[in-house]
Design a protein. Sequence first.
Length: 640
Amino acid sequence: MRALRWLIALFAAGAWALTATPAYAAGEDTVDQFDVSARLDTEGYLHVTETVVLRFGADSGRHGLQRTLTVREPDRDVNGNDTGQDMLLKVDEVSVTSPSGAPDQVELTYQGQGTRTEGLRIRVGDPNKTVSTPTATYVISYRVLGLVRSPGGVDQLYWDLTGAGMPQILAASAHVVVPGGAQAVFCSAARPGANRDCATSTRSADGTAQFAASNLVPGEVMTVGVGIKPGMVTNNTPILEPDATKTSSEQLAIAGAFGFWSLVVSTVAALIVPFVGWRRIRRDTTDLRFNDLPPGVLPAEGQSGAEGRGDPKLEIPVAFGPPALSVAEAGYLIDGKSDVKDTAATLMNLAVQGAVRLDLGAHQTVELVDRTRASGRIEQSVLRTLFPKKSKGGNSLEISQSWRLSNAHSAVTDGVELSAKRGSWWAREPVPDAGGFDPDMIIKAVVAVAMMVAGGAIAVVFFGTFGVGLVLVALGALPLLVVGYITWWVVRVKSAKGQRSGVGRALTDQVVGFRTYLNTAEAEQLQFEEGEDIFSKYLPWAIAFGITERWTQVCQRLIELGRLSAQAPTWYAGSVWDLNSLSLQLNDFGSSVDAASTPVSSGSSSSYSASDSGFGSSGSAFDGGGFSGGGGGGGDLGSW
């Protein structure tokens, strides 16, 4: 029994680690082809079409392409000194198609806003679908202004086609057309700041600039330069703005003028905010009940009961049998979210039903036994996810196949949410993952206070009266910020569980009543038919309720009393039902789960960093001064 408790705990831990939507580092992908066609018009706009053939990494479950274009970077002079200005690249008219038929929905977001390095992320694909083929082709079109410059009076397009953060590019090419035809060409494929000639850098008879390079490894940048006839292009200088992180003296003066009133207003508001939060909690978190019915009782068919706010302290009667719900639905009703333990309970229920068997041999597997034995809509959905009828993967599944477990958890989540919607269980729907304590917030708060103190001291030293005004505004806002954040956090945590309707509350009462029975009944009090495997029958419910340890202890006592068989259950496929050998198997199982659930870097961060940016607008591609990363543009590319 103790060994089985470890099995269930590790099973749940593995599922928990695999529930998040995967995001992948660019280094796991390969770009088979990166072909660029660009046309510069007389107003300085570069019309770009990128054709990308992306080969996904070894793991399954990718949704599509993620391309980030640099739109702001610090400007530097020819000696590499910061000019105090930022160079802007204005990108618009973005569109994406996929000739290979991959999902081509587009989501545009700006990353690093308010900083000196900003990017436009183009995320392509469907979050509800994955790409089933090894490669997918995407055609990205956009327009960019700000890539033309004129150092020393020489008009030129100086452009980073790729970025240092991109994965390996096996073959890259570019065809660039400029007004009046290309006067000179330059191409380098090397690490930022270095120069290595591209395989091709030529001008055709009609003045088209043609470039090609191969096997660009991560960290290398393909940069091209195209000379332009003087006077052919307007807007031939970079777009510059002041350092995005600097605050003007006028803004500081305004801050000083309003410093006192910000303190007064924020203090008054800080006294009101907790009262507003308390009213919000009362309104949003008290479950409704049927006024004239006892706990756990639903109105008769065809009748509607009047609902009102119930008493949270109302005693719920004990139920001696499970409700007419699936274990996942019961778990969802208890806490308003689909937990990993609900998925683990559903998988265990499939094993108890005889649909699958758990094997903890050299390769931990879930083996399909009889798909017709799966009863219940959610259980059947999970089984179809793990073992599709048309799948060529056989009838066993290794636990380390993380994407299958992740999809199984999604099936459970979708199933319980559908049940809740059909049954009208919620007056206010719960907010998954909105509750709980975030220890990172303490660190962030300490860092914020330290930065505020340091920033205030610097402001006073360098800005005098203006600095004092800035400090006053910050200090004046502190009462409202502190009280407001605490109130927001409390309301968020309390409201995350949602508000149950009369139907949802009655079903929850049934679940709570049965949980009380399993959590309080002693072995001598349990009533069941002779020969019945009550341990397996109620084990999925114990998992869903989080009382597996107690339930195994109770059933261990039943074995000692001779009322329950000591033989291994039929759903257990291990060679020996023995604690020592099983513990070794579980250690191997834990290692495989740990390897399968190793996190990879996410592409969803709101910040942006371009390692090849920041060389400035004054550099030239010609006269021996050109190098990789010296132009504008670049960015990142990968999958998600």
